[in-house]
Design a protein around this ligand. Structure first.
Ligand code: SF4
Ligand code: SF4
Length: 346
């Protein structure tokens, strides 16, 4: 994709009639692989839009778009006797992530820090450089969303190449970067009058008011530090199944394990990394079978503390973006917001 081209203020606000969404997606496909939310059973999933239509009125997706930047299984290198070949499954074309909600964009910004910090991850970085974000503000909200408590939604202020807002029969499209400007030039979108910003603000304010779930962040760090031995953790020891689902669906969880796979010739094979979960029993197992988080309460407590205490000094932000996926997915109904409410004595 050609980069970059200056874009004027007047070109930052554009409109896309919903009747022209397919044309827009087709224009994107000419220059990139386009991923968007599509129906999967009763849920939605981010998938390559080959012959599928995106359903932009979705609540959330099963897995976050993280899976397209940090794949669940990723081959790192292959080997044959003493020959090693680095394998990087970098997309051949740019990839457009269409319709990402604000919480998921915030989560990608956190992953950018994790994988772009002192120990830069070339696998993530290559894919990230090839990625264009077309975000979608949330004008509808879901029972388990609590993004407004964390300042990660329902509206997005930065981190996008293009930002869409559903205004009924059309989308307002705001340009965030020269790369986004290139894309809208390809698609031939029309300018939108500034008054559409008023409609946008009204819809987002209504969405914010519809959010019912909250996570009060005031003095959260101290609250958790003071309640390391609270009875809620003992209750969770019996409740939590340690299935790891909450970590698999979390857009900010980044742990992985590396595995060497040997072919039957015992001379060749490959190393891959796979998503891992701190909720699983063997996650904290070290040499000689020692496990420093062998009890389930220790593992779920670690997850909550990692999200709400340990992230901030490291990355300057909490590690939860309030997407609600862990609540949606937990078959025991364990809810991080309820844990905090219980610690607060509410
Ligand atoms: S909190 Fe729920 S989803 Fe997470 S490991 Fe425990 S039972 Fe599984
Ligand atoms: S902890 Fe739960 S609500 Fe928070 S970002 Fe992860 S999946 Fe979403």
């Amino acid at each position: 994709m050609a980069m970059p081209r200056a874009f004027a203020e007047a070109q930052r606000l554009l409109r896309l009639d919903k009747s022209r969404l397919d044309d827009f997606v087709e224009a994107l496909k000419k220059v990139a692989d386009v991923y968007g939310p599509v129906r999967k059973g009763v849920q939605h999933s981010f998938q390559l839009l080959e012959d599928k239509r995106p359903e932009l009125d979705y609540h959330t997706t099963i897995l976050p778009p993280k899976k397209l930047l940090h794949e669940p299984f990723e081959k790192l290198f292959s080997f044959e006797e003493d020959r090693v070949e680095v394998v990087q499954s970098v997309p051949k074309r740019p990839q457009v992530l269409l319709g990402i909600h604000p919480c998921d964009v915030h989560a990608i910004e956190i992953l950018d820090q994790v994988y772009g910090g002192e120990y830069e991850d070339p696998y993530y970085q290559k894919r990230r450089e090839q990625t264009v974000i077309i975000a979608l503000n949330c004008t509808t909200v879901h029972d388990n969303c609590f993004c407004s408590s964390l300042g990660t939604g329902p509206e997005l202020k930065s981190g996008y190449d293009l930002l869409m807002t559903d205004l009924g029969d059309q989308f307002l499209v705001e340009v965030g970067t020269p790369r986004g400007a290139e894309l809208v030039a390809e698609a031939g979108l029309e300018p939108a009058p500034r008054v559409t910003l008023v409609d946008k603000e009204r819809r987002l304010s209504e969405a914010r008011n519809r959010l019912r779930k909250r996570l009060l962040t005031q003095d959260l760090d101290q609250l958790l530090k003071d309640n390391f031995r609270h009875p809620v953790w003992e209750e969770l020891r019996h409740e939590c199944l340690a299935c790891g689902s909450c970590t698999m669906v979390c857009p900010t969880c980044f742990c992985y394990n590396t595995v060497d796979v040997l072919n039957l010739d015992l001379k060749s094979g490959w190393r891959e990394r796979v998503w891992d979960s701190c909720l699983l029993l063997d996650y904290a197992q070290v040499a000689q079978g020692m496990n420093f988080r062998k009890d389930r309460d220790a593992r779920i407590k670690h997850r909550v503390y990692h999200k709400l205490v340990y992230y901030e000094p490291q990355f300057g932000t909490l590690g939860c973006v309030g997407c609600g996926r862990c609540i949606d997915t937990c078959i025991k109904g364990i809810d991080i917001t309820e844990i905090i409410r219980e610690l607060r004595g509410e």
